[in-house]
Write a protein that binds this ligand. Structure first.
Ligand code: CAA
Length: 280
């Protein structure tokens, strides 16, 4: 914990033990944070603790981090939610999702709050001060697909396969993935992908805009590093302002978006002039 964090009582980053229990690894080097989903014995299946810890990572990232890369250990991104979450036993001390419902002790408001808490593990990946990259090898199923959809860029190995499995299990995708899916592929294609729960391969993902880039398996790490280098070459403050602008474009009218562009540009020009004057 930095001295500033100690003084302000700000929350500390998750400990190694907390990360391990959540099936995650985290490394932060300068402007780049890398999160690895690391439960290879469960095909990188994720639990509630994985997502609350992801939210914790987001809340405690050092302020100079600009890029977050998410990948899975080994040859798979993630098999989605750990299906033991739906059994009475739950997973490793975590309460089963269905327990409280079966016992009649969980009401609608509690369930809503519980899911909202899990969604926080995905929501922060949209933050305008970060560019988030999903580096996907192999399967990204259910929650794994939704995690990749929460990122700004999806760089895929050619063995990547997306699958929105939830409807096949009697559920809906509820981990923030439906909006980006529809934004990217449109409602008709999204209906087809979700309601058939079929696998969408890397080539098709590129054709329909789900993949930013598709490369050979051995080229994935290099492609991610190239993307990071390109992103870091851009002015950091302009990057934040531009992402914020792009994020509101779809919901704004042209008038509103023009006004937002003017306001953001005024901020950039003012900052540029200030920097020039300070340097002269
Ligand atoms: N949860 C818990 N354990 C899982 C798991 C999961 N999602 N996926 C795989 N595993 C376990 C298997 O049970 C197996 O354990 P054992 O060795 O103890 O038998 C081990 O991981 C290896 O699995 P496989 O032998 O099946 O590995 P594979 O390489 O042949 O297949 C796979 C990989 C295609 C991912 C396949 O395991 C699979 O289809 N898994 C289930 C995927 C799934 O349905 N996920 C839930 C989607 S819904 C969601 O995520 C969101 C939601 O809210 C509901």
């Amino acid at each position: 914990m930095s001295q500033a964090q100690q003084e302000t009582g700000a929350r500390q980053a998750p400990t190694e033990e907390e990360l391990t229990r959540a099936g995650l690894r985290l490394s932060v080097e300068g402007a780049v944070a890398r999160i690895t989903i690391a439960r290879p014995e469960r095909r990188n299946a994720m639990t509630g603790r994985t997502w609350t810890t992801m939210a914790h990572i987001g809340q405690t990232l050092p302020g100079d981090v600009r890029i977050v890369v998410i990948s899975g250990e080994g040859d798979i991104f993630s098999a989605g939610i750990d299906l033991n979450m739906f059994t009475p036993e739950g997973v490793d001390g975590e309460r089963s999702i269905i327990d409280g419902l079966a016992e009649g002790t969980t009401d609608d408001a509690e369930l809503d709050a519980y899911i909202a808490e899990l969604q926080e593990g995905f929501r922060w990946l949209r933050r305008p001060d970060l560019v988030t990259i999903a580096a996907v090898r192999g399967h990204a199923i259910g929650a794994g697909f939704q995690l990749a959809l929460s990122c700004d860029l999806r760089i895929l190995a050619d063995d990547a396969r997306f699958c929105m499995k939830e409807p096949a299990l009697g559920l809906v995708p509820d981990l923030t993935g439906t909006k980006p899916l529809v934004d990217i592929v449109g409602v008709h294609r999204a209906v087809e992908i979700c309601l058939t729960a079929r696998k969408v391969g890397a080539e098709e993902s590129r054709e329909i805009g789900l993949a930013t880039l598709v490369v050979g398996v051995d080229e994935l790490d290099g492609a991610v590093d190239d993307a990071i280098a390109g992103l870091l070459a851009v002015n950091a403050d302009a990057a934040v302002a531009t992402k914020a602008l792009l994020q509101q474009a779809a919901d704004n009218t042209l008038e509103e978006q023009c006004a937002a562009e003017r306001k953001a540009q005024a901020g950039r020009l003012t900052a540029m002039v200030k920097a020039m004057t300070a340097g002269s």
